[in-house]
Ligand binder design. Structure first.
Ligand SMILES: *[C@@H]1O[C@H](CO)[C@@H](O)[C@H](O)[C@H]1NC(C)=O
Ligand SMILES: *[C@@H]1O[C@H](CO)[C@@H](O)[C@H](O)[C@H]1NC(C)=O
Length: 358
């Protein structure tokens, strides 16, 4: 007997072809972007998939999932970007424990670094799309974009995306962080998913004043960034950020700035692509949607070779944690870097009473 299912399917496919022609160019990044390195093609496919899925999930899958769940709560996607073992896994484990429905973890571990997979909440959270990362190259941008794409695709409840490294530690309890980010509780999930996403801002440092900015702008050659990125619009900021879902998608949709930022660095001493790409893109596309402030405290005093101060076990104390939380902004500091792997022991000692005591 003639079954109707394959017929309906092929009819739907047939119908969707002209729709792709109509809507494709608006929702998909163009296909004819010349890749600067071979990895680009895999990445482009992944980003297109995420953009496409999220464009339709706003109206269908996200809502149907939300519709069936009873009172679902928004989640934070924690994106770990690392090229060495996650030394602070036990501390993060303590941070996450007991909040299973409020977060997801994604780890981009450099596959050439032979990183051991931690257990517990980190079990099975390495993303298979991970590729090699290297300083002074656009690879750290690509790694962050892969994490955003995988997290966007996996769970429509991921509404904030927090990028951290293996040297980052939390300065507050999970409850504090979740309450802080979602302090303006959406009145409905429709509101939370609607674009623009008005009540939430991304936490990313965006600075236009920096003595090194001209050198960094020209690190790929003079005037190479033109016309896409005029010097007046070139920004610097922190590599680690917390983005809204809207901005995560904006980053994956971008092809214009990426075309320039993916170019190889000629002057390696003043090329930190990941510290410029995200702040420049977001400041050009949605400056009001960003706080221009990072939640991650870094100590640049006496920095060496572009590396911030790395805290040693001897420096770890309750007072240090309290000091690192203090900020001159109306926002607190929630994370901090960099900590040496050996700092884990003294941090674990003060974890319950000091770090997660709020
Ligand atoms: C920042 O690092 C310097 C050493 O480079 C140290 O003396 C100072 O106490 C640190 N500041 C904070 C707030 O930890
Ligand atoms: C706050 O501002 C003061 C005065 O400018 C400065 O000394 C201090 O380092 C700042 N603190 C932070 C956490 O940025």
């Amino acid at each position: 007997m003639f079954s109707s299912t394959p017929f309906v399917l092929s009819f739907a496919l047939f119908l969707s072809v002209p729709l792709l022609f109509v809507f494709g160019p608006q929702i998909l990044p163009p296909k004819h972007v010349s890749p600067s390195f071979p990895d680009d093609l895999d990445d482009l496919a992944l980003f297109r998939k995420a953009v496409l899925a999220c464009s339709s999930s706003r109206t269908s899958s996200a809502h149907s999932r939300l519709g069936t769940a009873t009172n679902p709560k928004p989640k934070i996607a924690f994106l770990f970007l690392t090229n060495s073992d996650l030394s602070f896994a036990p501390l993060w484990e303590k941070f996450f424990r007991g909040h299973e429905h409020l977060y997801n973890i994604y780890i981009h571990a450099d596959p050439t670094a032979k990183i051991s997979a931690p257990g517990g909440v980190f079990q099975g959270r390495f993303i298979t799309e991970a590729k090699m990362t290297k300083r002074a190259s656009p690879t750290l941008i690509s790694a962050a974009r892969r994490l955003l794409a995988v997290a966007l695709l996996e769970d429509p409840l991921n509404l904030y995306f927090t990028l951290v490294s293996q040297h980052c530690i939390p300065l507050h309890s999970f409850r504090f962080v979740h309450n802080f980010l979602f302090r303006k509780t959406p009145t409905s999930f429709k509101e939370a998913f609607s674009s623009p996403f008005p009540k939430y801002q991304s936490f990313i440092e965006i600075l236009s004043e920096d003595p090194n900015l001209p050198d960094r702008y020209n690190s790929r050659g003079e005037d190479v960034m033109l016309p896409e990125v005029p010097f007046e619009q070139f920004r610097v900021g922190s590599q680690f950020f917390t983005l809204t879902r809207k901005h995560a998608l904006m980053v994956l949709r971008d092809v214009k700035l990426w075309r320039k930022f993916k170019l190889p660095c000629l002057n390696l001493d003043s090329c930190y692509p990941e510290e410029h790409y995200f702040p420049t893109l977001l400041s050009m596309e949605d400056p009001k949607g960003c706080t221009h402030y990072t939640l991650t405290r870094v100590n640049w005093t006496d920095s060496m070779d572009g590396h911030p101060h790395m805290y040693t076990p001897e420096e770890v104390s309750a007072e240090l944690v309290y000091r690192l939380r203090e900020s001159n902004s109306s926002y607190p500091y929630i994370f901090a870097r960099k900590f040496s792997p050996e700092s884990l022991k003294p941090l674990m000692k003060i974890a319950n009473d000091v770090i997660f005591g709020d």
